[in-house]
Design a protein around this ligand. Structure first.
Ligand code: GLA
Length: 379
């Protein structure tokens, strides 16, 4: 359905059909939050919310044209002179085009139409899906042989160097490497990873969106990156990954209370990722739920990247007997909670949390029952 509608929209915009469509998924992160840029463990999975990008070479005119269907905007690029604009969606694409240029790849002009089903600002990483899908499409169109890891690097470099977003590699990795019904246990220090089956039997992953996005996401995120770097340089370590809890305790005196809390969270969260993978393999759902709550507790009290709306959703989850665990997901300061919910009466459970959230906060939430899917695919 959506594919036909994208083809039709493309044809209306450019007068001929697309050559191919790239489907790039958003992601959830099961556990391991704010650990990727600390060279720790993460455990993401690609989900059935997608950015679709339809492409064809542009043989009719000497420029590259891009239509962002959902927001009714368009852009045109001169591929020999890529510069920043005042629109963030264009900058995500410009950054990727720059990466191809810096790799000395000669690119054909092309037409592209973008349509997305990933809610913006919900913490499902629509921007990484956009970047990775766009990069994959350009490589395919120009017959450039490029690995998924190189695409992760391109997007990561573009974020750091062109856009000034100092994120880790989790989101790009999840969008590109996703596999149906598998979580991915990634070690960000050496990039080794393992697919772990997610067979939840009587349970289901559900995202509940606070529908708030606080201003301090960008500044708060940057502050945490800096605070963690300060700890490692003060204690003389390359990254928090090589520091043990024991060593941290022993050196507590050298650190401010705040720096100690941040590092303590990261070290504990890394441990939780490993415990979580084990619990998932053993189908220990109560344990999975407890680890989710423990992760949220650390993100709220030690790492301080939650907000009152996320905390409210987690408190409501704790009150409901059909919810085994919940935590904020992604960068924080808004977006979604990830919940492990019993399949039986799932709609009633979700409705009850939504109603109570609305009654307390006055904000209408949204919920998504998510499926774990394959990574970026050319259709
Ligand atoms: C954002 C970043 C990721 C990661 C998460 C927090 O999604 O893009 O790299 O740091 O926040 O875990």
């Amino acid at each position: 359905m959506i594919i036909q509608s994208i083809k039709n929209s493309f044809e209306r915009a450019f007068s001929f059909p697309p050559s191919f469509i790239v489907r790039a998924p958003g992601r959830i992160n099961l556990i391991g939050e704010h650990t990727d840029y600390n060279k720790g463990y993460v455990f993401p999975a690609a989900i059935n919310k997608y950015v679709y990008l339809a492409f064809s070479a542009n043989v009719l005119s000497n420029d590259t044209r891009i239509v962002a269907k959902d927001i009714g905007e368009s852009a045109s690029f001169d591929l020999s002179r890529i510069s920043k604009s005042d629109k963030s969606w264009k900058n995500f694409l410009a950054g990727i085009l720059r990466q191809f240029q810096e790799g000395s790849h000669a690119l054909k002009n092309f037409n592209c139409l973008i349509q997305s089903t990933i809610p913006i600002g919900a913490g499902m990483s629509s921007s990484s899906a956009l970047e990775c899908g766009f990069a994959k499409g350009i490589a395919y169109l120009n017959n450039i042989d490029i690995s998924n890891w190189e695409l992760v690097n391109m997007s990561h470099r573009s974020n750091h160097e062109f856009l000034g977003i100092k994120g880790g590699i989790m989101d790009q990795f999840a969008s590109l490497f996703g596999k149906v019904d598998k979580g991915m246990l990634l070690d960000c220090i050496d990039r080794s990873y393992e697919y772990v089956s997610i067979e939840l039997e009587n349970y289901q992953w559900v995202l509940i969106n606070t529908n708030v996005k606080h201003e301090n996401l960008t500044s708060g995120y940057g502050d945490r990156v800096q605070e963690c770097n300060e700890v490692t340089s003060l204690l003389g370590f390359d990254s928090l990954r090589t520091l043990t809890i024991n060593h941290l305790e022993k050196n507590r005196i050298k650190l401010s209370e705040l720096a100690f809390k941040r590092a303590q969270f990261v070290l504990k969260e890394n441990e939780r990722v490993k415990l979580f993978a084990e619990a998932l393999r053993n189908k220990e759902y109560e344990e999975i739920g407890s680890l989710l709550y423990a992760s949220h507790d650390g993100l709220k009290n030690k790492y301080e990247v939650s907000c009152k709306e996320l905390d409210l959703l987690v408190d409501l989850a704790k009150e409901h007997e059909n919810i085994l665990g919940a935590r904020m997901m992604g960068g924080g300061f808004g977006g979604c909670t990830l919940n492990l919910i019993k399949k039986e009466n799932i709609i009633t459970t979700i409705d009850s949390v939504e109603e109570k959230y609305f009654a307390s906060s006055g904000i209408k939430p949204e919920s998504y029952i998510v499926k774990i899917v394959d990574g970026v695919t050319i259709l």
